[in-house]
Each structure stands twice: as structure tokens, then as C-alpha cells.
Design a protein around this ligand. Structure first.
Ligand code: AVI
Length: 316
């Protein structure tokens, strides 16, 4: 029998199998967004960040460039920057350049990403002590002893917080507070509520890259879980849900389909969808309320001229 493997040759994650089977069995159908990010999905997400319609990455980088000196003033000297995520993006060097911290601690669940990002930063900032930590930051993370006496600045860019429901976001903010300890600060990127005319194209671009990113989940299920999903009968849909103030990504069956996953049969009618991702957007007061609920006091805020995206500094 053909041994099932993930694309990189590693064994299939049993959590992926369980989540996909449970997600296709429940109504409405939904699969956790974390499974979008296999190797191919992560590459496609990188491509998304360069799309003309996808404003968040470009806007946040512009904010860091423009507001770097003001952020440095508000943060003060001698901090250890603790980044939640591997820091492989263009944002981290900009922050480090602006605030010149005492040390840098990237935390990531993927050791490969982490080592690549740490090596890249060590080259760019040869005098900066870098202490990578391989861990899941959804749980409290013990920080390296060498940064114990340095005041901490958590960095969580990209509006990744928006991919969580509000209650999960509050839990994560509280967990970060625990990881960072007393006297910490947090610099977080949060995307704003805005017109669906801007939001929907950002998640359903004209080149079809976001569609490929979403549909790759079905390819991954077919490859890793012995699936027979006819991928070309599905289409990517991005919808603004005003009640939840979020963009939702769905994969919609364009005709009745019957398929197998992991030896089980599933059927979907034309128009039925699998919900694959939420991207919550926040009003200015909603973002501040979220931070307070998570145990943080917002102290400064920087936004672009069109008020599309905010960088918020908060204190524990
Ligand atoms: C990773 N995250 C912040 C992205 C977002 O904007 O919610 C994920 C994404 N999905 C489709 N496009 C971008």
C-alpha cells in the first residue's frame, strides 16, 4: 500500500486527518485555517503579500518605515524583542533597525523557518544577540535565561490575530502576557474594518493567487489523506460577513459531488461550501477593547493616511 506522506516526506499529521474528517462531517462544513499552510500554501501566501489588491503587508511595512522613530521613542532602549512567528518577513529588520534592541528572540513552531530567519538576521545585524526558540506560542513559552533581566517587547505583526475568533484572540493575548511577564510591552498589527469594495478583492484577487492558496487545501487533502476530491469542481469565494466583521474564505462546490477522504465517503450539493478561513477586522475602539480584554493597555497607535491598518503599542 502507498504510504501517505506530507509534501516534504514527513508523515501525515494525525491532527490534520482528524480535523478534516470532522470538518467535512459537521454542518456548516469548516476546516481550520492552519491547514492552508503546507509548503505550497506558505509559498502562495508569500505571493499574496505582493499582490496589488492585498494592502495589509505593504501598508504595515510603510507604517514601520514612517513611524519607526516614534515607535523607538515610545518603546525606549535596552529591550529584548520577542517575535511571535519566525520573522522571515520584511517587517522584522525594519523594527530592529528602528529600535536597536538589546536582543532578539523569534519564536516559531517550525524549526526550519526559525533557523533560516535567525541566520538571515544574524547576517544583517551582526552585533545583535539572536536567541531562537522552537515552540508553539499559543501556549506560554519559557524565554531564554539570557534575556531574563531585559524588559520585553512582544512583536506580533501581520494582523495574524485577525485569523482567530475574538475569544481565541483574547486567550492568545493573555498567553503572550504570561510569556512576556511583568512590565512587558506588545507591538501588534491589526487590520481595520473598511469597505467590502477594498476587502473582498484583497481576498479574491484578479490573478487568482488567493484562489490557488485556498484550493491548495483540497490538493493537500487528496495527496495526504487519499482523497478523491474533484478540485476543479470547486471555486474559491471571499465574502464579507458584516455581523462578525470578518472576511470569510469558502470553497464552493459548483455541482453535486461525491468523494472519499481517508476511506470515508462525503457528498456535497451544488452551492454547498467548506469554510476555510476567517480574517477579522477591527474598528479603532474594537481593537482597543480586544487588547484590554487580553490584559493589555493600549498606549500608542500609528495608522496610515487611509486608516487601513494600525500598529498598536500596549503595556502589560
Ligand atoms: C495570515 N493572515 C494574516 C492573512 C490574512 O490576511 O488574514 C491570511 C490570508 N488569507 C488569504 N489572504 C491572506
Amino acid at each position: 500500500m502507498h504510504k501517505q506522506e506530507a509534501g516534504d516526506g514527513s508523515p501525515v499529521d494525525p491532527m490534520f486527518r482528524a480535523d478534516v474528517v470532522a470538518g467535512l462531517s459537521r454542518r456548516p462544513r469548516a476546516i481550520q485555517a492552519r491547514w492552508l499552510y503546507d509548503r505550497r500554501g506558505s509559498e502562495l501566501f508569500e505571493d499574496i503579500t505582493d499582490l496589488p489588491e492585498y494592502y495589509p503587508t505593504r501598508t504595515e511595512i510603510g507604517l514601520l518605515d514612517r513611524s519607526g522613530p516614534a515607535v523607538a521613542d515610545a518603546v525606549g532602549p535596552g529591550r529584548a524583542v520577542i517575535e511571535f512567528g519566525s520573522g522571515s518577513s520584511a517587517k522584522t529588520p525594519r523594527l530592529l533597525q528602528a529600535i536597536r534592541p538589546a536582543s532578539y528572540v523569534p519564536i516559531d513552531i517550525s524549526g526550519d523557518f526559525l533557523r533560516a530567519a535567525a541566520a538571515d538576521l544574524a547576517q544583517r545585524f551582526p552585533d545583535l544577540p539572536v536567541h531562537p526558540v522552537e515552540a508553539n506560542f499559543m501556549q506560554p513559552v519559557p524565554l531564554p535565561d539570557v534575556v531574563a533581566d531585559q524588559p520585553k517587547l512582544g512583536f506580533f505583526p501581520g494582523s495574524t490575530i485577525g485569523n482567530l475568533t475574538a475569544s481565541a484572540a483574547v486567550d492568545l493575548l493573555r498567553t503572550m502576557r504570561k510569556s512576556l511577564g511583568e512590565g512587558a510591552q506588545l507591538l501588534i498589527g491589526i487590520d481595520r474594518v473598511k469597505s467590502p469594495d477594498v476587502l473582498v478583492p484583497a481576498y479574491d484577487d484578479s490573478a487568482g493567487v488567493t484562489a490557488a492558496f485556498d484550493l491548495n487545501l483540497l490538493e493537500r487533502i487528496n495527496r495526504e489523506l487519499a482523497g478523491t476530491i474533484p478540485v476543479d469542481t470547486f471555486r474559491h469565494k471571499a465574502v464579507w460577513n458584516p455581523g462578525h466583521e470578518r472576511i470569510e474564505m469558502h470553497l464552493e462546490a459548483t455541482r453535486d459531488v461525491l468523494f472519499e477522504v481517508d476511506g470515508r465517503q462525503f457528498d456535497m450539493g451544488a452551492g454547498d461550501t467548506i469554510h476555510t478561513e476567517n480574517s477579522h477586522k477591527y474598528t479603532p475602539s474594537g481593537a482597543r477593547l480586544l487588547l484590554r480584554a487580553g490584559g493589555w493597555t493600549p498606549v500608542s497607535e500609528w495608522t496610515d493616511d487611509a486608516d487601513r491598518f494600525a500598529l498598536i503599542l500596549a503595556e502589560a
